[in-house]
Design a protein around this ligand. Structure first.
Ligand code: GDP
Ligand code: IMO
Ligand code: MG
Length: 453
């Protein structure tokens, strides 16, 4: 293992997916691997994602735009499975341009991606307030702790069909207007029922605003499905960037405390229009500990000084909402399950440097409840209730490791920790994060000299 160098041979189509509850460092790894690929594709989620890329002391927070955007010669595609808030997208484009990053023909947005409208965000907040108020009445806290970016309501409209709008509609003001008339009418009735005081959404005003967003986005809007197939046919190498993470996957996460899309690698075919077999390598990203933002079960959560220490050293505050992240020991039961769902071929173990200075480290290898024991994850919030982690304890290391350039140069106990994770998950760790910067990554030789397809 050594620091990563870009290679010029064509690497296989690769997916980068989170194996925990998000914020595993996907943005950093996508940015790093972008050097080897031609096209970087988001297939799920929306502006609930917050992907950080750190290069030469500069930090970039990306929400809708793929983390490959810092390389001007690569194509970045927002696929049909993403829910796009056009106002946020334009803001993000402007912020990047303001920092000297090229955002032009290198950014494509699917005409079939669904739109997030202002009323989706109001609804998201209103549902959360409603649920939180119920818990104030002594019921279990059912609020999900969403990012309030309108994600759930936008995907709900996609499934409901008659009230949905897609990016392509932005280019047809009349179509936009007639669809908005329907959805605003229904929305006003729903919001009144929820007791929301906000003024009813106005279809005329929204048509005007969104048609203007459409005019600004026009050069980027395209049929992403044909575009991606054409790029594949030309021999381009694709890198898929998962947003959110496998344990937040709508079908396979800790339901109902999940997001509203398939964030595992299983979301790729539906979210891009490419056949699943196209993806040749799946890199599962995992932190060397666990974090979670929002509600929901978290068996290894640390509500003590160690949890606080990890939060401060790891700067574990949300990239999107600024919320403090819940921190805990590594849960291998959860990671092994996520790696299985995603078909992970390799792991990237990030934020290892955060664990320096802890006397000992714990890894959850099974769950226990009463006399029962299981090594299988329980992807349902209520089923998971009451299970407590069974830990294996490993010795820690005191040295700072941010300047390490090779896995064999890590303290012996750090190497042992990584080896034990590999054994327990059953997947090799091929990338190790020892700091937030692009070059603070240790990589196996496979990543320095990738095999061609
Ligand atoms: P993402 O949502 O998966 O892209 O992750 P986030 O960007 O939300 O959160 C990961 C945080 O950890 C960001 O602040 C990154 O800059 C930072 N980070 C990523 N990898 C490492 C690492 O190996 N060490 C340290 N110390 N920070 C890292
Ligand atoms: P990245 O891509 C961490 C969580 C929210 C909440 C739940 C539902 O940066 O890893 P939503 O707004 O999607 O309806 O919220 O999912 N969540 C994330 N947590 N990182 C993310 O993205 C997340 N995206 C959604 O905190 O608990
Ligand atoms: Mg994040």
């Amino acid at each position: 293992m050594n620091r990563l160098h870009a290679s010029h041979s064509t690497p296989p189509h690769t997916a980068v997916v989170g194996l925990q509850w998000g914020d595993e460092g996907k943005g950093k790894i996508v940015d790093l691997l972008t050097a080897r690929h031609d096209v970087i594709v988001r297939y799920n989620g929306g502006a609930n994602a917050g992907h950080t890329v750190a290069v030469a002391g500069e930090r970039y927070a990306l929400h809708l735009i793929p983390s490959g955007i810092l390389y001007s010669d690569k194509t970045c595609v927002i696929g049909n499975g993403v829910v796009v808030d056009p106002e946020k997208l334009l803001e993000e484009m402007a912020t990047l341009r303001g920092r000297g990053i090229e955002v032009g023909d290198n950014l494509k947005v699917s005409n079939r991606a669904h739109l997030v409208l202002p009323y989706h965000k109001e609804q998201d907040a209103a549902y959360e307030e409603f649920l939180a108020a119920r818990s104030g009445l002594g019921e279990a806290n059912a609020a999900i702790g969403t990012t309030r970016r309108g994600i759930g309501p936008a995907y709900a409209d996609k499934v409901r069909r008659s009230t949905a709008l897609r990016v392509g509609d932005l280019l047809h003001p009349e179509r936009l207007r007639s669809r908005l008339e329907i959805s605003c009418g229904l929305r006003a009735a729903e919001m009144a029922a929820l007791g929301v005081k906000a003024p009813a959404p106005d279809p005329v005003d929204l048509t005007e605003r969104f048609a203007a967003f459409g005019a600004a986005l026009r050069p980027h809007i395209t049929d992403s499905v044909y575009l991606l197939h054409d790029l594949v046919a030309e021999g381009r190498s694709l890198l898929f960037e998962g947003a959110n993470a496998s344990l937040l996957d709508i079908d396979h996460g800790t339901y109902p405390f999940v997001t509203s899309s398939n964030c595992s690698s299983l979301g790729i075919p539906a979210g891009t229009g490419l056949p699943g077999r196209l993806v040749e390598r799946v890199v599962g990203i995992m932190k060397s500990y666990s974090t979670r933002v929002g509600g929901g079960p978290f068996p290894t959560e640390l509500l003590d000084e160690t949890g606080d220490r990890i939060r401060e050293r790891g700067r574990e505050y949300g990239t999107t909402t600024g919320r403090p992240r819940r921190c805990g020991w590594l849960d291998v039961v959860a990671v092994r399950y996520a790696a299985m769902i995603c078909g992970a071929d390799a792991l990237a173990c990030t934020l290892l440097d955060v664990l320096s200075g802890l006397d000992e480290l714990k890894i959850c290898t099974a769950y226990r409840r009463g006399g029962q024991r299981t090594e299988r994850f329980l992807p349902d919030a209520e089923d998971l209730e009451g299970w407590v982690p069974e830990y294996e304890t490993l010795p820690g290391w005191s040295e700072e490791i941010v300047d390490t350039s090779d896995r064999s140069g890590l303290p012996a106990n750090a190497q042992r920790y990584l080896e034990r994770i590999e054994e327990l998950v059953g997947v090799p760790i091929e990338l190790v994060g020892v700091g937030p910067e692009r070059n603070q990554t240790l990589a196996t030789s496979a990543w320095r000299d990738p095999p061609g397809r």
